[in-house]
Design a binder for this molecule. Structure first.
Ligand SMILES: Cc1ncc(COP(=O)(O)O)c(C=O)c1O
Length: 449
């Protein structure tokens, strides 16, 4: 066993163990005292920007290590190398279906191929419009051009960074056929409201769950709300297989059609009455099968998903509960009946007016204290050249009028990325809290610089 796998295992174990204890009264009882002492100190200490001591001194070399694989994964992959075969693919799909309580799932070589197969499965007439968040990624959007679907960019709620249902209503036309919510950075969309809206207007709901494995809305797992859902299993994701993806389906015909798109060898396994059975031997769009190594990793990670999510959420909560006490600091708004997870980063917002200093100045002062903070301004999807170039589309995407994405703009003005620590880091969390309090104690001076 390598030293690395030993230490990863130890780190993960203690992460899962301490998340329970520290997340409860034990931590909270000491919080008030710690806060008082820290506040007194932070006022008198000079900013690191001005030559004072750094608030963050804890080394953080492995604190964001991800994925966390251990002996179980190493042994299972080694066994595959001794006896190469494809059985891990079906085993992973079965584990996925059991976890989600869903009927049909097909694993793919990445999330993009899962989502592309779903676009094919939708089987919508050319020119059908799909409402998509502008604050998003190209992966499920550009492939729409293969199926003559039309992305229609919609604004997001700046407090959640997720699809704004009110703006969906404004962008409806007689051609709107589907809606694709993306659960941004692990925070689920308001799926009950979106599904009610979709039902009212006869729209199909296709979820992009690539950031939110294991998150829930009203106790229902994301992926179970829509007609279909796609997930990336790429390295940074909450359920990492290094590279991989999976689609899940409620209807057998959707599953068959999506599967036939990228698997030339599977239509023959469909029931005799399947319209896709005869297409055994050719696929419709490519060869999009998952690698068995990725399938092994994903199957083993599912067993740990809930515990890893819970530990990560508990740790972020400890930091965010503290720093959101400061004027102008907020986190992504989470409804009480939504159970979020985290993916890659902890996003916070800085409201410059309330904070009394600019986001840029605050981030600079935090960085000097040793906080890994970065201003976050995402290039909106509609600003990428491909969506405006007629050469690539038979039915052009619907681009928003200038200035009609106030939610996206506000998110881009306020968002700051903080690290998502993937192992238990009580000292680092304490020092991050102290760094924020110190910077905010000096905010009047910072504003003048
Ligand atoms: C929101 C979202 N959807 C889809 C994908 C595509 O997944 P993959 O990289 O596995 O193809 C990603 C990848 O980062 C993503 O962030």
């Amino acid at each position: 066993m390598s030293t690395t796998s030993e230490s990863v295992k130890g780190t993960r174990r203690s992460f899962l163990r301490t998340a329970g204890a520290l997340g409860t009264g034990l931590y909270l009882s000491g919080l008030a005292t710690v806060k008082r002492v820290v506040r007194a100190q932070t006022k008198t200490e000079a900013l690191a920007l001005n030559g004072g001591p750094k608030a963050v001194t804890q080394a953080s070399a492995n604190s964001q290590k991800w994925p966390l694989y251990g002996d179980e994964e190493i042994q299972a992959v080694t066994e595959l190398l001794r006896n190469p075969n494809y059985t891990p693919v079906a085993e992973f799909e079965d584990a996925w279906k059991a976890y989600h309580g869903c009927k049909y799932a097909k694993a793919h070589c990445n999330g993009t191929s899962a989502l592309t197969s779903m676009m094919f499965a939708l089987d919508l007439p050319p020119g059908s419009e799909v409402l998509v968040p502008d604050y998003s990624t190209w992966f499920p959007l550009v492939p729409m051009r293969f199926f003559d679907l039309v992305p229609v960019f919609v604004d997001v709620n700046p407090k959640t960074m997720n699809l704004d249902v009110e703006d969906c209503k404004r962008r409806l036309t007689k051609n709107t056929r589907a809606i694709m919510p993306v659960h941004w950075y692990g925070l689920p969309c308001d799926m009950d409201d979106l599904c009610a809206f979709a039902k009212e207007h006869g729209l199909d709901v296709v979820e992009d769950c690539s950031h939110a494995h294991g998150a829930r809305v009203k106790d229902t797992l994301v992926g179970n709300w829509g007609r279909m859902a796609g997930f990336s299993l790429q390295s940074t994701k909450p359920l990492p297989a290094i590279e991989g993806g999976i689609g899940m389906y409620k209807e057998v015909r959707d599953y068959e059609r999506a599967t036939a798109y990228g698997n030339y060898d599977l239509p023959g396994t469909f029931a005799d009455d399947s319209p896709y059975k005869k297409f055994q031997g050719t696929a419709f769009g490519g060869k999009l099968r998952i690698h068995p190594v990725a399938a092994i990793l994903a199957r083993l990670q599912i067993k740990k998903l809930d515990a890893m999510n819970a530990a990560g959420v508990a740790q972020v909560k400890r930091l965010n509960e503290r720093i959101t006490q400061l004027p102008g600091v907020a986190e992504q708004f989470v409804r009480p009946d939504i159970k979020r997870v985290f993916y890659a980063k902890n996003i916070i917002f800085i409201d410059e007016k309330q904070a009394g200093m600019s986001r840029t100045a605050a981030v600079k002062a935090l960085a000097a204290e040793g906080v890994e903070a970065a201003e976050y301004s995402l290039k909106l999807q509609h600003d990428y050249p491909i969506y405006g170039d007629e050469k690539w589309w038979r039915h052009m995407p619907v681009l928003p009028a200038p200035g009609s994405m106030p939610g996206c703009d506000e998110a881009n003005r306020k968002a700051v990325l903080l690290p998502y620590f993937t192992s238990e880091q009580p000292e680092l969390i304490e020092q991050y809290g102290k760094a924020f309090e110190k910077v905010w104690a000096h905010r009047d001076a910072i504003a003048k610089t």
